[in-house]
Design a protein around this ligand. Structure first.
Ligand code: GP9
Ligand code: MN
Length: 686
């Protein structure tokens, strides 16, 4: 064998030969790890292709460093680089096994808080075969020591080494170009670490993560406790007193937050071919026990769903760029709804049919104090059950029942739906509603998935009624952001029955539903201007949870003297009087641009000032991690290491609570599951 190698593989005895061998071996093992250890979800030929080639450019670059060095040193350097690189794979394989996510520098350097009890669990979850990642290095060392492969002492021309460096950068750019064409905003919007590895590779992920962590710790380091002063001063000035006829009215009830994906306000009561798109949500909207808001705007930016979640549960704005959940969710201190409520005796759970790493939910939810996070692995998966990002809503909501019934009451449960998500695909069996006929292919099926979501919602409500949860819960339903983007002006105009749409119309089109239902609640359609930032104070007031010293930028929507200027993330705003969109001021009543008198200009300037101030102060809280310096009275700082979202321990905890507290729906039904009370017409389950 050795002689055979010697004879046939003479090229291996050249420096370039050895370099290529080590790179190819590294490439192969990375790809094996991709395929066997990670769930990267590469779909379609472009993603498959990128997954296959993405280890190469970075490997050429990093191993290529050794080529700048002489003789033996170059060989040993290559091996050392290989050991380091392989250790990065090894560490990620092990970490991923436990957390379904890649290691981040924040986690590695993190305090005990963020480390997820890493040291303890690592030993338990490492498998012997994980060490195979070092096998090729071992073999190469043996071949070198036994002189089967001989070290090439000739100096390698710097010129060549440099050419290779340039070439690998070129390849990397090409790879990035292809990736970004397939998934735009890959690095700016920062969706999911899995995406970065899938498209760009483990090394590029490491570089990007190091950059992000560095940026984040720099702003964190430069912030100090006194920065909190201006925030507190601002909030004190803007604090409104709650509405006495609502404060504490829903004390002690369960809370459901139903996140209606991409659901816009215009869909309510909207008809296609004379048929209501969302008859059930319409009924809910008009119910006399539902507080509905018809001037409620989404305020998200690039972070889309994650921005909505950030605002809804923290009353902090998303960031001007990227997703605050992804960049700051793991490290920052938060005082979020789940933490506040769990400290008042609630159990808290989030439900979602996608992988847990999307928008960094798996880490962020721990910082927010969620006790449970039921994500894709908690649900039965079959190819026909999912579409787009994950489980179809009817199946998702139905299969959530078996966890809901186990939650000790009162609970706070957030359910994030998915099917009504761009590009609004739905298989034939599930479509029983006519598409709109604008001729815009992206827009027309939107009402069909919205209709499907409406049916799923109705099935869920029927179940809640059946098992008694409807009566003792506050049910909040809201749309997170637009479904139809501003790029579809002609289609939007048609949907709205207009010839064309102005920028003001498009801003109005950013309205999303916000509804709070509870048995006995004095409902009606409220016309106050507000947005997602206002949800948390509104909800806490209804539940009678004191929040007079919390850091929340919104105001209770039911308060009498609230400020109705609604900030968009880009600094534009809407209000009942004037609205400012793209530098133009509109009269909100007429939707026409106005030429301002000096006095009016002063008013508008004040509004603008309010908007700019609240956005920048909220950003300061997140960038500087300012909540670490301030804890409201009666609130205990969240300890992330208290939480794990692994299936087994979570189920054990639920079982324990079941025995001790006896407050869950299941306990109330003498331990008999209510899952069979859930009726769905989902064709996949027939
Ligand atoms: C993915 C889902 C979609 O898990 O929440 O997020 P979006 O694209 O709407 O921001
Ligand atoms: Mn969304």
């Amino acid at each position: 064998m050795a002689n055979f190698i010697k004879r046939k593989m003479g090229w291996l005895n050249t420096r370039m030969g050895f370099f290529l061998l080590i790179v190819v071996l590294f490439w192969i093992k990375t790809y094996i790890a991709y395929q066997t250890e990670f769930t990267l979800g590469a779909k379609g030929s472009v993603q498959q292709f990128l997954l296959l080639i993405n280890p190469l450019p970075a490997a050429l670059l990093v191993f290529g460093i050794a080529l700048y060095f002489r003789g033996r040193l170059a060989y040993w350097l290559m091996l050392i680089i290989d050991v380091l690189e392989s250790t990065w794979i090894f560490a990620n394989v092990v970490y991923y096994r436990e957390f379904s996510d890649f290691l981040s520098f924040g986690i590695m350097k993190g305090s005990a808080d963020v480390s997820n009890n890493l040291g303890k669990s690592l030993a338990q979850i490492t498998h012997l075969y994980d060490f195979f990642v070092y096998l090729d290095i071992l073999i190469l060392i043996v071949l070198l020591l036994t002189h089967v492969i001989r070290i090439d002492p000739r100096p390698f021309k710097r010129r060549y080494a440099f050419t290779l460096t340039v070439l690998s950068f070129g390849l990397m750019f090409a790879e990035f170009g292809m990736a970004n064409a397939d998934r735009s905003g890959l690095l700016t919007r920062t969706f999911d670490n899995n995406y970065i590895v899938k498209y760009l590779g483990l090394n590029e992920y490491a570089a990007f993560n190091a950059y992000q962590t560095q940026k984040e710790s720099a702003t964190r380091a430069s912030a100090n406790a006194s920065d909190m002063k201006s925030v507190l001063k601002y909030l004190k000035q803007n604090r409104v007193s709650p509405n006495v006829s609502y404060y504490g009215k829903e004390k002690g009830k369960n809370v459901f937050i139903i996140h209606l994906e991409s659901f816009q306000q215009f869909l309510l009561d909207y008809k296609v071919d004379g048929k209501e798109v969302t008859p059930n949500l319409n009924k809910f909207y008009h119910s006399q026990n539902t507080l509905s808001f018809d001037n409620f705007y989404n305020q998200v930016a690039q972070g889309k769903t994650s921005d909505a979640e950030m605002m809804l549960e923290n009353s902090l704005f998303g960031l001007p760029q990227g997703s605050a959940m992804t960049t700051y969710g793991t490290q920052n201190t938060f005082q979020a709804a789940p933490a506040i409520l769990s400290q008042k005796g609630y159990s808290t759970a989030a439900f979602h049919g996608d992988v847990p790493s999307f928008w960094n939910r798996d880490n962020t939810y721990k910082s927010w104090g969620y006790q449970y996070f039921f994500s894709s692995s908690y649900y039965t998966q079959k190819a026909s059950y999912s579409i787009g990002y994950g489980l179809k809503d009817k199946i998702f909501l139905k299969d959530s029942a078996k966890y809901i019934e186990q939650l000790p009451q009162p609970f706070y449960a957030k359910l994030i739906t998915l099917t009504n998500h761009y590009p609004y695909e739905l298989d034939k069996k599930n479509v029983d509603f006519p598409a709109t006929k604008t001729g815009d292919k992206t827009v027309d099926p939107y009402v069909q998935t919205a209709h499907y979501l409406d049916q799923a919602f109705a099935e869920f409500m029927t179940y809640l009624k059946k098992v008694g949860l409807y009566k003792n819960s506050v049910i909040v339903a809201y749309g997170d952001h637009y479904g139809i983007s501003n790029n579809h002006r002609p289609a939007i105009a048609q949907l709205l029955g207009k010839k064309s749409v102005t920028n003001f119309d498009l801003a109005e089109f950013q309205k999303v539903p916000f509804m709070i239902h509870a048995t006995g609640l004095k409902g009606g359609i409220n016309h106050t201007y507000g947005g997602e930032i206002d949800v948390l104070p509104t909800l806490l007031d209804l539940l009678g949870v004191k929040n007079t010293d919390t850091i929340q930028f919104g105001q209770d929507l039911l308060a009498k003297d609230r400020n109705q200027t609604v900030a968009f993330r880009n600094g534009n705003f809407m209000s009942p009087t004037y609205s400012k969109i793209g530098g133009t001021v509109y009269d909100t009543k007429t939707g026409e641009p106005v030429t301002l008198t000096a006095a009016q200009k002063k008013t508008v300037d004040q509004m603008q000032n309010h908007v700019t101030t609240e956005l920048s102060l909220s950003d300061r809280v997140i960038y500087g991690d300012l909540l670490r310096f301030y804890t409201p009275k009666g609130f205990t700082k969240v300890k992330r290491s208290d939480f794990t979202y692994k299936l087994k321990p979570a189920m054990e905890r639920l079982a324990e609570a079941e025995k001790e507290e006896k407050t869950s729906v299941l306990a109330k039904h003498d331990g008999k599951s209510t899952v069979s009370d859930y009726k769905t017409d989902a064709p996949e389950l027939k």
